[in-house]
Design a binder for this molecule. Structure first.
Ligand SMILES: Nc1ncnc2c1ncn2[C@@H]1O[C@H](COP(=O)(O)OP(=O)(O)O)[C@@H](O)[C@H]1O
Ligand SMILES: [Mg+2]
Length: 260
């Protein structure tokens, strides 16, 4: 099957053609609206900008299902996302977007690159959630970028920037509550946004900013409440062991009924 793109963790394939458009169903002869693509989740894991590579057995299955559950939850709470539906254990159907080349990071506690950059200990509770941007560019090592540079480089316009920050903070509030009910603390996470590609989309939806990519233990830090045990990709980055088990446990908590 022809690939549109293969990245470090996922492969993007062309979605169903017009005619069996799962979204509209009303325009068998017209253009698909919007265009959809299939995302396949691999077990490949990388860290430190690709320097560390391995396979985490079952990771793709976990990340697909966790992402699907979180996109459904966020959509139900008013966040526009690219998610259409889950297709199989490792595949989901999404609306194709033009990815904004920013990694949008939200932090509730100090950790990872933030703690290293500013020389602070990990785990300090921040007085309010921070939104941070990195330029999504592997060759440059995803450098930190500030608002004025984002705008000057034309990566987004002013209203898109405001919208991205607003959505990122809303997603944070929703996910924090979601994981708290599952005895996990959301320490930080990375989001990607895109502009909705159209064809026959209503004019007011064309170019609209939607949440894209994935939300999974690869892209979040989740700590067990009480013990602070790491339940995310840091187990792989830091050779803590129990990597597969942590991913499976996150999936189990996501699938369980909330407890609190
Ligand atoms: N709805 C979408 N439409 C088009 N591209 C997307 C969509 N969602 C995510 N992507 C892009 O697809 C790629 C997903 O594969 P991944 O393995 O994460 O790549 P990378 O190694 O670049 O992070 C990413 O580049 C991501 O930005
Ligand atoms: Mg990626």
């Amino acid at each position: 099957m022809e690939k549109l793109y293969e990245g470090k963790a996922k492969v993007i394939y062309p979605g169903p053609e017009a005619g069996d458009d799962p979204l509209s169903g009303q325009s068998p002869s017209g253009p698909v609206h919007p265009r959809v693509v299939r995302v396949y989740f691999k077990d490949d894991a990388t860290a430190f900008n690709g320097q560390k590579r391995a396979q985490i057995a079952g990771k793709g299955v976990v990340n697909n299902q966790v992402s699907a559950a979180l996109f459904r939850y966020l959509e139900a709470h008013g966040i526009p996302t690219h998610f259409v539906r889950q297709l199989s254990e490792r595949e989901m159907l999404v609306k194709q977007v033009q990815i904004v080349p920013l990694e949008v990071i939200v932090r509730n506690r100090t950790a990872g690159s933030f703690a290293r950059r500013y020389g602070v200990e990990e785990g300090r509770v921040l007085p309010y959630p921070l939104v941070e941007f990195s330029l999504k560019n592997d060759a440059l090592g995803d450098p930190l970028i500030y608002d004025d540079a984002v705008l000057a480089l034309g990566l987004v316009n002013g209203s898109e920037l405001a919208r991205i920050k607003e959505l990122a903070l809303k997603v944070n509030a929703l996910l924090k509550a979601y994981f708290a009910q599952r005895n996990l603390e959301l320490v930080d996470f990375k989001l990607e946004f895109g502009r909705l590609l159209h064809s026959a989309a209503p004019a007011d939806e064309r170019g609209a900013i939607v949440l894209a990519d994935e939300i999974s233990p690869d892209t979040m830090r989740l700590w067990e409440m009480g013990t602070g045990e790491k339940m995310d990709k840091d187990r792989f980055r830091r050779d803590l062991g129990g990597v597969e088990e942590a991913y499976q446990e996150v999936l189990r908590r996501v699938q369980a009924e909330p407890s609190a």
